[in-house]
Design a protein. Structure first.
Length: 526
């Protein structure tokens, strides 16, 4: 049986996602985080591939791959109410360009007049101006002589609840103002491809005024598609009712000296229209309504454009097709926050819902969290030992039992080594078992951390089993290590494999330096 998932279902899903984040950020019913991960894109044992840098692999949606995504998580950043918004494709206003008017009936059988798209939401029927205001085009100067419309000459710049022309109106365009993008939203959400759409539309301020002004089924636009001929020129204009299922709609029809319809103007948009028709038969009696007037060679044909449900400006998500959501996260490193790794790279970003705190059944609620383990290492005084990023390390934790990991970062000043333990490290040579690094090795074990690859400068260091805490003092400066250590060992702040990974994006590697800031924008297309 033929079936479709409608655009309105996609918009509903976008609304539900935004609402879930907004409500969850207030009462922690649900929590969402972005994450960065995969520091080893070129290392097969780290879950990478030899071709990742030049051609990142497409993410795979399977339970097995979901666990691999968990293995690679480096850092998480919580998504709060102000960290996401609806977005729509960016269409900038430009002079001498033809924009497409809003119509309710674009389809595969009635394509858009300029670009021949088959849906309204693909049409270029709204614009972003240089003042960061958004307008929809109700009329682009379409008439019987110019069925595709005319060039837009004047940039709209008014702020009003009612549609208006731009400039002197000579280009025939009528625009409907919807909203202005706030400066803080420009900083967070404006991009090359998308513009943000306000959340909580119509609740207060300007948005409430525009929504309250909307009238369900009020006609704003009627087009002349055929001018007719041989109309009487004794009267130059006529008030004609809009027929259909609504009430009180009236248009004014003008007749030129050539006996053809020259213009039509909506005089009263009425209410409640879901279908409208204009029949222009001057002097016709009620009994002749719907019949061609005697003496008229051909009657004019009009198209009554039905507004979106609720009227123009009532529901901008429906009106603009806002079925995409942008999530914003800023990743930077400060003295008080060392959750973000430096000296390495990441090549994966994603979104995870409802991760748990490590060692708990409680939701993780911190604003940022670390997904890596860490060891506080010590050795001989003045040691120049290096543990290179992506190097494989090991610790003998007992007889025939060895823990393996991959270095994420190493800070020689604090002695903190951060690492991941992806399951790809488990192979036949390592007994197919991933042991944890420990400050309390069993019989035959040691606290020394061996380097199996990377630099071999200096002697191997050992776990500082005397250190517990989250800070250390270096040259009289207190430094937050980002993780809480117990006897020199720190666990990730997220419980491994907890939560649902709902979005994954593999990318070319992005190096991380000490002063670097990443503004990450994720667009989810519902």
């Amino acid at each position: 049986m033929p079936a479709i998932i409608t655009d309105q279902f996609r918009i509903l899903n976008a609304k539900n996602f935004v609402n879930d984040v907004v409500v969850g950020s207030a009462n922690t019913t649900n929590v969402y985080y972005t994450f960065v991960g995969m520091p080893t894109p070129d290392l097969v044992e780290g879950g990478g591939s030899a071709t990742w840098t030049s051609s990142p692999p497409n993410p795979i949606d399977s339970f097995n791959e979901e666990n691999a995504y968990h293995d690679s998580i480096l850092t998480l950043k919580r998504i709060n109410e102000n960290d996401l918004t609806f977005v729509i494709p960016k269409i900038k206003w430009e002079a001498n360009r033809v924009y497409e008017p809003y119509r309710n009936n674009y389809s595969i059988n009635n394509k858009t007049p300029v670009n021949e798209y088959t849906t309204l939401y693909n049409a270029e029927y709204y614009v972003l101006t240089s003042d960061y205001r958004v307008y929809i085009c109700l009329d682009n100067g379409t008439n019987a002589s110019n069925p595709s419309g005319q060039l837009s000459k004047s940039e709209p710049d008014f702020v009003d609840v009612e549609p208006q022309p731009a400039g002197d109106g000579s280009d025939g365009y009528i625009w409907k103002y919807l909203f202005s993008i706030k400066p803080q939203d420009v900083i967070k959400f404006d991009s090359v491809e998308y513009i943000p759409v306000p959340k909580n539309w119509g609740v207060s301020g300007e948005a409430k005024d525009i929504k309250d002004n909307a009238i369900d089924g009020e006609i704003k636009t009627v087009f002349v598609t055929e001018t007719g001929s041989n109309y009487s020129t004794n009267v130059s204009s006529w008030d004609v009712p809009i027929l259909g299922d609504g009430e009180n709609g009236v248009v004014n029809v003008e007749v030129g000296s050539d006996g053809r319809v020259s213009n039509i103007t909506v005089k009263n948009g009425g209410t409640g229209y879901t279908k409208g028709t204009v029949l222009f038969y001057p002097n016709a009696t009620p009994e002749l309504s719907g019949l061609t007037q005697v003496g008229v060679a051909s009657t004019a044909v009009f198209e009554v454009v039905i507004p979106p449900k609720g009227g123009h400006g009532y529901d901008i998500y429906r009106e603009l097709g806002a079925n995409k959501v942008m999530v914003y996260s800023r990743y930077d490193r400060t003295v008080d926050n060392n959750d973000y790794i430096t000296g390495n790279q990441f090549s994966r970003i994603g979104i995870i819902k409802n991760p748990l705190k490590n060692g708990s059944t409680d939701l993780l609620t911190d604003q940022q969290a670390s997904g890596v383990g860490a060891l506080r290492l010590v050795g001989s005084a003045g040691s120049t030992t290096a543990y290179d990023p992506d190097a494989i390390i090991s610790q003998t934790v007992g007889i025939a039992s060895t823990a393996y990991g991959i270095v994420v970062s190493y800070d020689s000043d604090s002695g903190v080594l951060k690492y991941i333990q992806p399951t790809t490290l488990s192979n036949s040579n390592r007994g197919y078992k991933l042991h944890k690094f420990t400050a309390n090795p069993g019989v035959g074990g040691t606290t020394t951390i061996q380097r199996l690859s990377g630099s071999t400068t200096g002697s191997n260091l050992r776990i500082d089993t005397t250190y517990s805490g989250i800070t250390t003092t270096i040259n009289s400066v207190t430094k937050n290590l980002g993780l809480t250590f117990t006897n020199g060992v720190a666990n990730p702040e997220i419980k491994k494999y907890s939560g649902e990974i709902i979005y994954v994006d593999n990318r070319e590697p992005i190096p991380r330096s000490l002063t670097q800031i990443e503004d990450i924008r994720i667009v989810i297309d519902f």
